[in-house]
Design a protein around this ligand. Structure first.
Ligand code: SIN
Length: 277
């Protein structure tokens, strides 16, 4: 296994492995790397939905996203597709998947099948770096706070007024859950502190009104998405990217009108999140 860091703080490219043939020891090494780097890119893979799922199952139980369209071959693999005539994409804003769940998914494995000639990159931001670059006083204040996360305004009926990509998203009646998580979590794998609010699913601080929460959240989102906290990932077909929802945000750029982009996504369950002491 050959590992190259993508930036100082975030991401690693892992060459020399075939995800169809990895040992438990390989997976343990990859997990430790992911807990540290937040995102792994594994190029030159040849995966079917079944072999992608088999690789993901070595990491933990599978979380089947209740809002996404599954691929025809396997109901546990989600299709992340943007057709040439489609306006909106999936994940086109900074977010952390599943933060609206009480036990949020650990992360996802996204396999690139068709990539536009130009565009369709994914941005990643390190929430470790976002937290550690705040001032000590601010870090301390945030450490005792909790925030409310919801999926209603993204996947539920609340979204229906606009041009929701209903063709690709399903089960709005299931988008009724809210969850409360610490604003700063101790990463369950690395033990490092990580900022755990995100622009798509966090709706307010627990015990605060939305109006009171909005400006402080907006500051954290501007700060977290500063270029020095982020990388921009250019895809190639055959690459599998794994991200850790407890250490990153991601953002799928929607800058390829008239072109098609097709990915397959498998999501792995996480564990309950705790704050830092
Ligand atoms: C997602 O947010 O799951 C999609 C990411 C991407 O398509 O790059």
């Amino acid at each position: 296994m050959n590992v190259t860091h993508i930036s100082e703080i975030l991401g690693a490219e892992v060459e020399g492995i075939d995800c169809r043939d990895v040992s438990d020891d390989d997976v343990a090494v990859l997990q430790t790397l992911l807990w540290d780097r937040g995102m792994l890119s594994i190029p030159d893979q040849d995966l079917t939905p079944d072999s992608q799922l088999a690789f993901a199952e070595k990491w933990g139980a599978i979380n089947v996203n209740r809002f996404f369209t599954p691929v025809a071959e396997n109901p546990q693999v989600a299709e992340v597709l943007k057709d040439p005539d489609q306006e909106l994409n999936i994940g086109g804003g900074w977010h952390t998947d599943h933060s609206y769940d009480e036990i949020p998914a650990m992360g996802s494995m996204l396999y690139a099948l068709e990539i536009p000639e130009t565009g369709g990159d994914t941005l990643f931001a390190s929430t470790y770096a976002a937290y550690s670059n705040l001032s000590e006083g601010f870090r301390q204040a945030l450490s005792s706070m909790h925030a409310v996360h919801s999926s209603r305004h993204v996947f539920g009926y609340e979204r229906d007024a606009g041009d929701r990509p209903r063709k690709r998203l399903h089960n709005p009646e299931l988008a009724v859950q809210d969850a409360v998580h610490p604003v700063v979590i101790e990463h369950p794998g690395s033990g490092r502190p990580s900022l755990y609010v995100n622009p798509s699913f966090t709706v307010r601080f627990d015990g605060w009104s939305k109006a009171e929460s909005d400006s402080l959240l907006a500051y954290l989102y501007r700060f977290g998405s500063r270029p020095e906290h982020t990388i921009r990932y250019r895809w190639k077909p055959g690459t599998l990217v794994i991200w850790d929802n407890r250490a990153t945000w991601h953002y799928a750029l929607n800058d390829y009108p008239g072109q098609r982009r097709l990915m397959h996504r498998v999501t792995v369950e996480g564990v309950p999140l705790a704050g830092i002491n």
